[in-house]
Design a protein around this ligand. Structure first.
Ligand code: SF4
Ligand code: SF4
Length: 262
């Protein structure tokens, strides 16, 4: 009798496609994976079946259009587990900067025919619209974290995420702190680990693409960055960047903006 393989789908919403590449970057592991599961929808790789019922749906991108708001509900109904991958899907991504602006006036300033564009006023995380079973942070996500999540879910085990900080990753890997030794502004003290402290390993500060870690102290980091000569506006921009709508970062950034305005 032919083995029935688990079915998975990878769906794209408003995004740059970088997180879907996490699957393609698996290399030989992807070939092994393809023997164990049926990849029924993954436009970037070939298969197209957007309405297929699946065991696990991976979602890249934020909800930015009325069509996307409708499509994510259909995917949720067709999926046993729904996993979001990347900053766009988990926190709205860089496009969520428009949540702090007037979308219509931006469109009029940028596009020749803004009336032809169908968009929402906001770009929001997938969890704002449907139940999400597991979130994988990063911009882009780490391929091995994506693979580990799938292997756990296929065994009906809840994937485990490390929520500690990039700072701790630096200590574990023996990287010298760029903030203490070079005076480089670094968001590592408040940023979720998962990248292997990539930026500090190259001698530069982290800009928080993995989003907020657990138990963050944004006031303390603000004081540190201030002591390095950054203005409130510059510090606010660091919190309100790729992960501008993530809890913790959004409040810290808006607090600094408000302080500047008062
Ligand atoms: S999280 Fe980053 S890499 Fe992933 S789709 Fe969004 S912008 Fe691209
Ligand atoms: S060090 Fe920071 S900015 Fe660099 S990849 Fe890691 S989380 Fe992203």
């Amino acid at each position: 009798m032919e083995e029935v393989k688990p079915r998975i789908a990878i769906h794209k919403f408003t995004s740059c496609d970088g997180c879907q590449l996490a699957f393609l970057h698996l290399g030989e592991d992807l070939l092994t994976l393809a023997e164990k599961v049926d990849i029924v929808h993954f436009v970037e790789m070939g298969p197209i079946n957007p309405t297929a019922k699946v065991d696990v749906a991976y979602i890249e991108g934020s909800i930015s259009t009325p069509e996307e708001a409708k499509r994510i509900r259909e995917i949720r109904a067709n999926s046993r587990y729904l996993v979001t991958i990347g900053a766009c899907a988990t926190a709205g991504g860089i496009q969520a900067l428009r949540n702090f602006a007037d979308t219509k006036s931006w469109m009029q300033a940028i596009y020749a025919t803004p009336e032809t564009i169908s968009t929402l006023d906001t770009a929001t995380a997938i969890s704002t619209h449907v139940k999400v079973d597991y979130e994988i942070y990063g911009c882009p996500v780490n391929s091995q974290q994506v693979l580990a999540s799938l292997l756990s879910l296929l065994q009906k085990v809840t994937p485990t995420a490390r929520r500690d900080k990039v700072c701790l990753e630096c200590k574990r890997l023996g990287y010298v702190c760029v903030m203490v030794t070079k005076g480089e502004p670094c968001m590592g003290p408040v940023t979720h680990t998962g990248c292997g402290a990539l930026c500090p390993s190259l001698g530069r500060g982290c800009y928080a693409c993995y989003g907020p870690a657990e138990n963050i102290n944004t006031d303390s980091l603000t004081q540190w960055l201030s002591s390095l000569g950054l203005s409130d506006a510059e510090i606010a921009r660091r919190f309100l960047f790729i992960q501008n709508s993530a809890p913790g970062f959004k409040e810290a950034g808006l607090k600094l903006q408000k302080k500047k305005a008062s």
